[in-house]
Design a protein around this ligand. Structure first.
Ligand SMILES: NC(=O)c1ccc[n+]([C@@H]2O[C@H](COP(=O)([O-])OP(=O)(O)OC[C@H]3O[C@@H](n4cnc5c(N)ncnc54)[C@H](OP(=O)(O)O)[C@@H]3O)[C@@H](O)[C@H]2O)c1
Length: 265
């Protein structure tokens, strides 16, 4: 059920995704505050009454977070001790908390060689040796945080075609899962409104692709050549978004990767 809310919304960590969240939340009529360790410098274009100084590593800044506000956590939830102390101070679960995690949480130390790789849903084993996964799981289990396990984020200024041109990625059979930053921001806002506390949702555009496919399309549509093909042992992952789709019913505006890449050119 959708929750009617007038609580202010705090975007904890206003970087690439956080900025889009601030803009989108505001346009939906919410009071949204953006945080930064250095708001005067990093948030100069955001109205001063919507800027907050916050750095997880500096407990004196924690008191700047207004009581009762909802939080969307947009940076890795580490180190665990600070995450625990901050969450304790917040007195959650009286607030709604969404944490942006990563599908790298599913990177098990020994990966299967099955190909194509199996679909990964939210019940897949986690790599709990990763500090951010420990932080996310702590927030989820002890403070009712909703954890989004997010695929590769792209959009303006983060263009997969540039990654191909620069050789950061090459043509390989490895699967990749992507999400456009605007769809991610919309999903974060949907999760704050109607996500179930303590639940996990995988987030991607729903279509895993191989880098081979993406590189081939880059070559045929835009003449962009990969700097080399790679022999990847890694098979990558195929992220299932079935739960996201059934529970949060996001209306993705950017599910067509190739149409989006055209606009990013
Ligand atoms: N990039 C990807 O493809 C990808 C994929 C899956 C998940 N993710 C995760 O998604 C989240 C959002 O990613 P993004 O690329 O939008 O992030 P981003 O651009 O790196 O922005 C995060 C912001 O958080 C602030 N921050 C960093 N450490 C902090 C701390 N200790 N305390 C308080 N604020 C802190 C920083 O802002 P100030 O310096 O202004 O304080 C930083 O700009 C991150 O958790 C990222 O790891 C990313």
């Amino acid at each position: 059920m959708t929750r009617q809310t007038t609580s202010p919304l705090i975007v904890l960590g206003s970087g690439y995704t956080g900025r889009v969240l601030h803009r989108m939340g505001t346009s939906q009529g919410r009071t949204v505050h953006a945080t930064s360790g250095n708001p005067l410098h990093n948030l100069a274009d955001i109205p001063s009454e919507q800027r907050l100084r916050f750095d997880l590593e500096q407990p004196s800044t924690w008191l700047n977070i207004p009581v009762g506000a909802d939080l969307i956590w947009c940076f890795p939830a580490t180190p665990l001790e600070q995450v625990q102390a901050f969450a304790h101070m917040l007195n959650a679960p009286s607030r709604r908390i969404v944490v942006i995690g990563s599908t790298s949480a599913y990177d098990a130390p020994s990966q299967s060689t099955e190909y194509p790789p199996p679909w990964i849903d939210e019940s897949a084993p986690l790599n709990l040796t990763k500090p951010r996964v420990q932080g996310e799981e702590y927030l989820r289990q002890h403070h009712g945080a909703i954890v989004l396990r997010v695929a590769g984020i792209y959009g303006p200024g983060r263009n997969p075609l540039e990654w191909i041109k620069s050789g950061r990625v090459g043509s390989s059979r490895k699967y990749v899962n992507l999400i456009h930053v605007e769809d991610l921001a919309a999903i974060c806002l949907a999760a704050i409104e109607k996500g179930t506390p303590g639940e996990v949702y995988n987030v991607s555009d729903g279509t895993p692709r191989t880098w081979e496919d993406i590189c081939r399309t880059a070559q045929t549509r835009w003449g962009i050549a990969a700097t080399g093909s790679r022999k990847e042992d890694e098979t990558g992952k195929r992220i299932s978004t079935r739960k996201l789709v059934s529970d949060l019913q996001p209306r993705l505006q950017h599910s067509d990767l190739y149409a989006n890449l055209q606009t990013l050119i």
